[in-house]
Design a protein around this ligand. Sequence first.
Ligand code: ATP
Ligand code: MG
Length: 180
Amino acid sequence: MHLKRLESVGFKSFAERISVDFVPGVTAVVGPNGSGKSNITDAIRWVLGEQSMKSLRGSKMEDIIFQGSDSRSPLNIAEVTLVLDNKDQRVPLDYEEVSVTRRVYRSGESEFYINKQACRLKDIVDLFIDSGLGREAFSIISQGRVEEILSSKAEERRVIFEEAAGVLKYKQRKKKAEYK
Ligand code: ATP
Ligand code: MG
């Protein structure tokens, strides 16, 4: 499985509709400071279910909608679609290509789609938990976190690695079960 394409309109600095093609292997995104490189990884995490605005470098959901520039008016909608190659059926859906879409309106309303069928956020999150995508292939170490990894205490470092390895999810479930 690999990311095939990222499409977006209105997400953060991407006022225009953009479509980024990824090929198997390593992809490097280069550009000047503030040109939107990190916004690409934010978009990927957002469409896969990221809910923490802090980790998306904003304070409220509206912050991810294009807020206008000197030459363009603000938009009222942000939409991101991620297209995955699913020939190996890692995602348990009988499709060779799987797309997930997330849309948010300035009014606060959200919509989610799997292969263009409306669904809940939970369906998207569950789909990727069970596919192992979160566990093995999808791990983002954001800017600033590199330093965090190098300088933090051993216990804190462990949490970062557990998250990347997918162990954290089981620990959280265990904790939840113990409190019941
Ligand atoms: P660096 O090299 O410094 O890490 P970068 O290429 O990663 O830069 P990003 O952090 O992805 O840059 O992009 C930041 C840009 O996105 C800023 O110019 C910021 O104004 C813009 N931006 C963020 N949110 C919005 C929004 N809601 N509407 C319009 N622009 C936005
Ligand atoms: Mg950046």
